[in-house]
Design a protein around this ligand. Structure first.
Ligand code: AMP
Length: 278
């Protein structure tokens, strides 16, 4: 596995890779969720390329950036074990030199959910992913359903800006108690970690109600809220039932698939999760 820390170095190594390239962008602190994307990339491409870059421009909260877990050595061992050919780990000042001036704003689909609660987040995500796509030039890029709005934003950007890249969405990987794997889970204390399973339980309760025939978004949101209310360490940021494509919040009875999603603060850690229904 070749590790590149500059764009020039990366481009030189990339030129030696022939055939289809699967790309997995990450912020490191890797877990089985990331590795499932690497495995998907492996199964569909001649080479797998990963990036590790904790992108400052997508953090709206400086404290969140400061305490974001970093474990590069361990990450590199994991990527090598999974058969990754090339890893790109740029320093922040290479990606954002002092005269950096351009950003990408995907208008509508960035507005609700995470976008409404994390100003500038998706501008940072779209901009860094566009830069990485230009540097890596993959055939396919792999993203997790765990960050459903992120995938929607990237798909829109790729379509609007004509990137010749196929976007693949991979299922959310979970712990045994249902908690979605996330690098931020490392910041939870033991009691907080136990409490965190409430996100999955709440989504599951709404999905069960949906399967029993409930179609009213307000009742589905209330179902999630009631379950979360049973865990005093959990403080909901938002609870949403939105159109699965446009991500617009729904008020009328569901006639199309919908995305149930939520953000919950536990201690000082903000966790997100979602489930599709219909
Ligand atoms: P991150 O390092 O958090 O930026 O995540 C890198 C990629 O891994 C993104 O496409 C995420 O959606 C994906 N990812 C993170 N957690 C999971 C998970 N539990 N299951 C599947 N994919 C995930």
């Amino acid at each position: 596995m070749i590790i590149c820390r500059t764009i020039e170095e990366f481009r030189a190594e990339r030129a030696n890779l022939h055939g289809e390239i699967g790309f997995v962008p990450t912020m490191g602190a890797l877990h089985k969720g990331h590795l499932s994307l690497v495995q998907a990339a492996w199964s569909e491409n001649a080479h797998t390329v990963a990036s590790i870059f904790v992108n400052p421009s997508q953090f709206n909260d400086p404290q969140d950036l400061a305490k974001y877990p970093r474990q590069e050595k361990r990450d590199l061992v994991m990527l090598e074990t999974e058969g990754v050919s090339l890893v790109f780990i740029p320093p922040a000042d290479l990606m954002y030199p002092t005269d950096f001036q351009t950003s990408i704003n995907v208008e509508k689909v960035s507005q609700g959910l995470e976008g409404a609660h994390r100003p500038g987040h998706f501008r940072g995500v779209a901009t860094v992913v566009a830069k990485l796509f230009n540097i890596v030039q993959p055939t396919r890029a792999y993203f997790g359903q765990k960050d459903a709005q992120q995938v929607a934003v990237i798909r829109q950007m790729v379509s609007d800006l004509n990137f010749p890249i196929e976007i693949k969405t991979c299922p959310t990987q979970r712990e045994a108690d249902g908690l979605a794997l996330s690098s931020r889970n490392a910041n939870l204390s033991a009691p907080e970690r136990r409490a965190a399973s409430i996100l999955f339980k709440a989504l599951n309760a709404a999905q069960t109600a949906y399967q029993a025939g409930e179609r009213h978004p307000k009742i589905l949101r209330d179902t999630i809220e009631i379950v979360l209310g049973g865990e005093k360490l959990a403080h909901p940021d938002y609870i949403s039932v939105a159109d699965y494509e446009t991500l617009e919040e729904l008020e009328d009875s569901l006639t199309r698939p919908a995305l149930l999603s939520l953000a919950v603060v536990i201690g000082e850690t903000r966790l997100i999760d979602n489930m599709l229904v219909g």
